[in-house]
Design a protein around this ligand. Structure first.
Ligand code: NAD
Length: 266
């Protein structure tokens, strides 16, 4: 790729966000990863059904990816507008600019309609939907100052197709696709491209600690072999490659790209 750019990846301490950070570093860009940084010495509290990223997880990712290029980490809660603004400021302080925002932070939960709590519904929409708005609003001025700006929102194939017991999560990801199209139109005049990435099934904490918490690793692989046309789960590297494409393709905006082995085609 041409010019080195500065990329901010939310939810970048692990999983898909970490894969995206790695791909941007390998393509020669500078990366700030921003995540909750929970636990000793960290900020905030994790009241969720599975553990979200710890401070030490983020420090480890920065350390392990540092040989690839310029990477730093900062703590962020995407549901808090002041925290979003501080994260953008920290990125511009560290690198002098911000060219690409990757809104990747997200949480999952599932459960039947009759017992799904209002608090879980609200939390999913706070992180997955409002978080995209707050981060994008915080980053808009810096992105407008860039001559080559892009936003990539991690939606999901759950943003293309509903699933039983997944109304909150699917609804939140459909919202991300709609927000992507709206911002793509609104920011086009500023030259900012806005696209969504729709991962299929990637074996991260969302699967191991929630969606298949009671099943073995092997059964995840087996299940994916059975249901995905290409016969394998997707990887964080697949997502990184797609995110770099979406952020750097000069004439692509407003799309929601499935990276799902043929599982979802719309
Ligand atoms: P993950 O749990 O490993 O990563 C999500 C990250 O978001 C975590 O590091 C977590 O700490 C962070 N996060 C959560 N709440 C936050 C907040 N309030 N502020 C800042 N950071 C916060 O899971 P993942 O699979 O890597 O998920 C990354 C994204 O990909 C999510 O948006 C998810 O919905 C989406 N996705 C995942 C899959 C999959 O199969 N794993 C499929 C489709 C979409």
């Amino acid at each position: 790729m041409g010019n080195a750019r500065t990329v901010l990846v939310t939810g970048g301490a692990r999983g898909i966000g970490r894969g995206i950070a790695q791909s941007f570093l390998e393509a020669g860009h500078a990366v700030m990863i921003a995540d909750l940084a929970l636990g000793p010495g960290g900020d905030g509290d994790s009241e969720w059904t599975y553990e979200l990223a710890s401070r030490s997880e983020m420090a480890r990712t920065v350390e392990e990816l540092a040989p690839l290029g310029d990477i730093r980490g900062t703590s962020l809660d995407v549901t808090d507008s002041a925290s979003c603004e501080a994260t953008v400021a920290a990125t511009v302080d560290a690198f002098g600019r911000l060219d690409v925002l990757v809104n990747n932070a997200g949480v999952v939960d599932s459960g039947p309609l009759d017992t799904f709590s209002e608090a879980r519904w609200d939390k999913i929409f706070d992180v997955n939907v409002k978080g995209v708005f707050l981060m994008t609003r915080a980053a808009a001025a810096s992105l407008r100052a860039s001559d080559d700006a892009a936003i990539v929102n991690t939606a999901s194939i759950a943003g293309k197709r509903g699933a039983p017991s997944m109304a909150a999560y699917c609804g939140s990801k459909w919202a991300v696709v709609g927000i992507t199209q709206s911002f793509a139109l609104e920011l086009a005049g500023d030259g900012i491209r806005v696209n969504a990435l729709c991962p299929g099934m990637v074996g991260t904490a969302m699967w191991s600690d929630h969606l298949m918490a009671n099943a073995s690793n092997e059964s995840f692989e087996q299940r994916m072999r059975d249901i995905i046309p290409l016969g394998r789960p997707q990887t964080v590297e697949d997502m990184g490659q797609a995110a770099v494409f979406l952020a750097t393709a000069p004439n692509v905006s407003g799309i929601a790209l499935n990276v799902a082995g043929g599982f979802e085609m719309r």
